[in-house]
Write a protein that binds this ligand. Structure first.
Ligand code: NAP
Length: 270
């Protein structure tokens, strides 16, 4: 029988990138819904700082580099030793590039983005799904992006990594459904987090242009994405697997030639 609406009591959720932005907001929300959180980030201090923001007891923090198999295997092993099982995996660890002409990029730049965003998500999925298969199922949620859906010029590696994360999500959903493992992704639009803030500070995102192109005329909030992830993690989504859910205020469906938002721009109403 399905649990109370959105209730995640008793669930163990491992979240990568939990020390910042979308991962942190999702950790906070899932803890409010009753989950115990395994907060994982590249830097232990960021992962641990998130713990202080969580309600409830029994959470834990570890550092890991998702791009390195040894690091992934170690953190999953330690988490399983301490928590006994992992019911929900959220792959929010990721890095973004500023815009840059593809012809000027070097291989190391491409490789690093692919290693973290795509290979990192793959390694985490593989390591955690083994235990989910053995414990009777679970939920895996990946972070794709609008960049994985539509063509954003000069963001080649990032877009390729996110398009591949979406496709990997569909493949794993199809392959692991018999294990009762649901695999979904969300594809956020422009969301206010430290990641986008850094790009804005460096002048690498033209916010006025982006907002004019955004039908709602605003950026999303980390809470908007966390709510979508919390729903997909819940029993209410029990028959939903293999989807890539846009959380983008209609950014990717907008196709008209004129500016999408005619009103006065307020970059962040969140
Ligand atoms: P964020 O605030 O920068 O958080 C990402 C976290 O991942 C950071 O704490 C970062 O640590 C960590 N991380 C980076 N490389 C890692 C690695 N190799 N191993 C483990 N952790 C690592 O970014 P965000 O905005 O929350 O984005 C989260 C995810 O959503 C990313 O996959 C991003 O591509 C995706 N996304 C974001 C947006 C948006 O508008 N914000 C839109 C679409 C998709 P450090 O800070 O120490 O590097």
């Amino acid at each position: 029988m399905a649990s109370e609406l959105g209730d995640l009591s008793g669930r163990v959720a491992l979240i990568t990138g939990a020390g910042s932005g979308l991962g942190r907001a999702t950790a906070i929300l899932l803890a409010q819904r009753g989950a115990r959180i395994i907060s994982v980030d590249l830097m232990f201090d960021s992962a641990a700082a998130t713990l202080k923001l969580l309600v409830g007891d029994g959470h834990g923090a570890w550092c890991a580099d998702v791009a390195r198999q040894k690091s992934v295997d170690e953190v999953v092993e330690v988490a399983l030793e301490k928590f006994g099982r992992i019911d929900v995996l959220i792959n929010s660890a990721g890095i973004a590039e500023g815009m840059g002409a593809t012809l000027d990029r070097d291989l190391s730049h491409w490789q690093r983005i692919i290693d973290v965003n795509l290979t990192g998500s793959f390694l985490m999925c593989q390591a955690v799904a083994r235990s989910m298969r053995d414990s009777g199922g679970g939920v895996i949620l990946n972070l794709s992006s609008i960049a994985g859906v539509i063509g954003l010029p000069r963001r080649t590696a990032y877009s390729a990594s996110k398009g591949a994360v979406s496709m990997m999500t569909k493949v794993l959903a199809a392959e692991w459904a018999p294990y009762r493992i649901r695999v979904n992704a969300v594809a956020p639009g422009y969301i206010h987090t430290p990641l986008t803030e850094k790009l804005m500070d460096e002048g690498r995102l033209d916010m006025d242009a982006i907002m004019r192109r955004s039908p709602t005329g605003e950026m999303g909030t980390a809470g908007d994405v966390a709510e979508a992830l919390a729903f997909l993690a819940s029993d209410q989504a029990r028959f939903i697997t293999g989807v890539v859910l846009p959380v983008d205020g209609a950014y990717t469906v907008y196709g008209a030639p004129e500016d999408a938002y005619p009103g006065v721009l307020g970059h962040d109403r969140g």
